[in-house]
Write a protein that binds this ligand. Structure first.
Ligand SMILES: NC(=O)c1ccc[n+]([C@@H]2O[C@H](COP(=O)([O-])OP(=O)(O)OC[C@H]3O[C@@H](n4cnc5c(N)ncnc54)[C@H](O)[C@@H]3O)[C@@H](O)[C@H]2O)c1
Length: 304
């Protein structure tokens, strides 16, 4: 259910229907995925990344995925060309001034994100949706140095963006109702389903739920109660999860899961989110999951 009300409300009439041009800041895993779905949905997409060559790499990976869809008969050749033609590079954040919506997907670092939104705030229009794809940082903190905090909203996509159907839309303290609704509408136009989180409490909904499941799964293994394989099988076969929590942790990174839990624990002081020692020890030992070849599973051999 959507909860859209706020005392700080300053109503703009905007909604995403007028959005034709989307800016994406950060051309990494998530930025490239967001750009891919946005261009395929008919939006003109301007992408800025601070690292030289990042745009070219993102465009190449997007083209590879479009060609894959084309080969499977799920995208017409003309649609691939059209979508690729709608992707362009922006050399700086300020070049996104004319965008109707900007989705930020830079690294998960508060100071870096604050800088992006401070600069965007100075140049965009009153109608521009300023969205952040942060996994867990408070939207209010990200908007703190932006002169347009009412226009800043969380749009949390999931990896891989073209596949995962959810966009978690998160309201910051000053996010207006109109911008929250515009973000929901925009997510729908990008082919996503939404949930609305009415406050930017640590971890929102999804990271909070996932943290509890992953940490409890890790504790069960730490206590010797069951193997990682059996914990994952319990969730897959008993609960219908597509992938168990420990296999998922190996995929996204044991370090990422550890940090997510630690940041929610630090923000709330709630012992529910205190990371188990096993995660800390695995991170210290460099057992980070697939990226290091070893986590809860060995990745150089078949999962047992
Ligand atoms: N990876 C995931 O599964 C996932 C899922 C949901 C949300 N997120 C969030 O999305 C964001 C991006 O994650 P990612 O996995 O794509 O990271 P990534 O490291 O793949 O990409 C980040 C990109 O941002 C660029 N960048 C860094 N500082 C910049 C700046 N000041 N201006 C412009 N570009 C800059 C980097 O060069 C890099 O290309 C993070 O906030 C992350 O928490 C990630």
């Amino acid at each position: 259910m959507r909860e859209i009300n706020h005392p700080e409300e300053s109503v703009h009439e905007e909604n995403s229907a007028g959005v034709t041009t989307i800016g994406v800041v950060g051309a990494g895993l998530m930025g490239a995925g967001i750009a891919q779905v946005a261009a395929a949905a008919g939006f003109t997409v301007l992408i800025h990344d601070s690292v030289e060559g990042a745009f070219a790499r993102a465009k190449e990976s997007i083209e590879g995925r479009y060609r894959h869809l084309q080969a499977k008969g799920r995208m017409e050749a003309a649609a691939v060309e059209d979508a690729l033609g709608r992707l362009a590079e922006a050399s700086c954040v300020e070049d996104l001034a004319g965008c109707d919506a900007v989705i930020e997907a830079v690294i998960e670092d508060l100071a870096v994100k604050q800088d992006v939104f401070e600069r965007l705030g100075r140049v965009v229009g009153d109608h521009t949706i300023l969205a952040t794809n942060t996994s867990a940082l408070p939207i209010t903190d990200i908007a703190a140095r932006c002169c347009r905090p009412g226009q800043v909203v969380g749009m949390h996509f999931f990896s891989p963006v073209p596949v995962m159907r959810l966009c978690e839309v998160v309201r910051g303290y000053r996010t207006t109702d109109a911008v929250l609704q515009a973000a929901v509408d925009l997510a729908h136009r990008l082919g996503k389903e939404t949930i609305v989180v009415s406050r930017d409490d640590a971890g929102f909904v999804t990271s909070r739920l996932m943290t509890v499941l992953v940490q409890e799964a890790a504790r069960i293994v730490e206590e010797g109660l069951a193997t990682p394989e059996d914990v994952d099988r319990a969730c897959e076969l008993g609960f219908g999860h597509r992938m168990g929590p420990l296999a998922t942790t190996d995929l996204t990174g044991v370090d990422v899961a550890y940090r997510a839990g630690r940041s929610i624990f630090e923000a709330t002081g709630d012992p529910t989110f205190r990371p188990p020692q096993i995660l800390r020890r695995m991170v210290a030992a460099g057992a980070l999951g697939r990226k290091s070849g070893e986590g809860f599973y060995q990745h150089d051999r078949e999962r047992g």
